[in-house]
Design a protein around this ligand. Structure first.
Ligand code: NAD
Length: 298
């Protein structure tokens, strides 16, 4: 049976390490690490994610400032507000909470590029993306990618010289994860929606990362013994599938059919409780990196 790669344990380790590092900075008289989250509009899921980030930030002694902008704001106005945050020496990291309201979505990258790359703790600016695509790990890794790498590292899953198949090639998860693994010396293959035979690419890998958003996409025939499988997918099940009084409780599953895969592979990250808990922790590791580098520039 597969070893379960528990992300909550790793998240708690990261939390403690960040707490200790921040406490010692504050004791040395340094300012509080500060993250600015720019929220445009008031999408309820986004508000929930922001609350989570705020709670985590406060639990480690960082300051999280939420900058609310009206849904009707123009891209120019948003860029100007972000530029002010970029110039503010009391702010060490800036993120724009996505998704943007639909009218602004075509301008997402242009808006994100107003963030000073030194404060780009989501690793989403063109500067950060280009750096990672060129194989440099010295910049900011997107939070989910950083979480995946932390999970692999904590459980000593070898990367250098190993074959990885990444299923999914989004700009948010699949692509930066494939690039980071490549930069770490892995031999990486990427499968996507147009790949004719995904199983042919996953079966021969040492490790598989799945980030698609389709429940039970990866089953027994996709895997082989000795593999590590990281399931990034988040699929909310049990919504509107039955009449109101019979509604099953909402629950979350990944992209991997865990019951079918666990008896075969060596290690598997669960959903929930695998990569998910690490995303917010990774964002604050990035904030700490931005903060430390800004202190060093002084
Ligand atoms: P996306 O929709 O932007 O990209 C999905 C990718 O899957 C695409 O590259 C597409 O080509 C590929 N794909 C679609 N169908 C496929 C198939 N049948 N076979 C192989 N590839 C296929 O999604 P995303 O933003 O990358 O997110 C992927 C999943 O990860 C979602 O479930 C999302 O909720 C989850 N997610 C989790 C975290 C976390 O912290 N755990 C963070 C971000 C995203």
């Amino acid at each position: 049976m597969a070893t379960i790669l528990d992300g909550i344990i790793v998240r708690d380790h990261i939390r403690e390490a960040l707490k200790t590092a921040i406490l010692s900075s504050l004791q040395a008289g340094a300012p509080k690490p500060t993250l600015a989250i720019v929220q445009i509009g008031a999408l309820p899921e986004s508000t929930l994610y922001i609350e989570q980030k705020k709670r985590f930030g406060e639990s480690i002694g960082a300051h999280v400032e939420v900058v609310h902008l009206d849904e009707e704001s123009t891209a120019q106005a948003i860029r100007a507000r972000i530029a002010t945050l970029s110039d503010d020496t009391a702010v060490h990291g800036i993120i724009v909470q996505l998704p943007l309201p639909s009218s602004l979505q075509p301008e997402t990258q242009m808006i994100i590029d107003a963030i000073d790359p030194k404060k780009d703790v989501d690793g989403m600016t063109s500067t950060s993306r280009t750096k990672l695509a060129a194989g440099a790990m010295s910049g900011f890794l997107p939070a989910t990618t950083r979480g995946i790498i932390s999970l692999l590292a904590y459980y000593h899953v070898p990367v250098m010289g190993k074959k990885f198949t990444v299923v999914g090639r989004s700009a948010l998860v699949g692509t930066p994860t494939a690039e980071a693994l490549r930069a770490m010396g892995a031999e990486v293959t990427v499968a996507h929606s147009k790949t004719p035979d995904v199983a042919a690419l996953t079966r021969g890998a040492d490790s598989i990362i799945v980030a698609v958003g389709k429940p039970a996409l990866i089953g027994a025939h996709h895997v082989s013994s000795g593999q590590t499988v990281i399931d990034v997918g988040i699929n909310v099940m049990g919504v509107h599938s039955k009449p109101e009084d019979e509604l099953p409780k909402r629950h979350i599953v990944g992209d991997v059919d865990a019951a079918a895969v666990a008896p075969i592979v060596k290690a598997l990250s669960p959903v929930p409780g695998g990569v998910g808990p690490l995303t917010v922790a990774s964002l604050f590791q990035n904030l700490m990196k931005a903060y430390t580098e800004s202190q060093q520039r002084k």
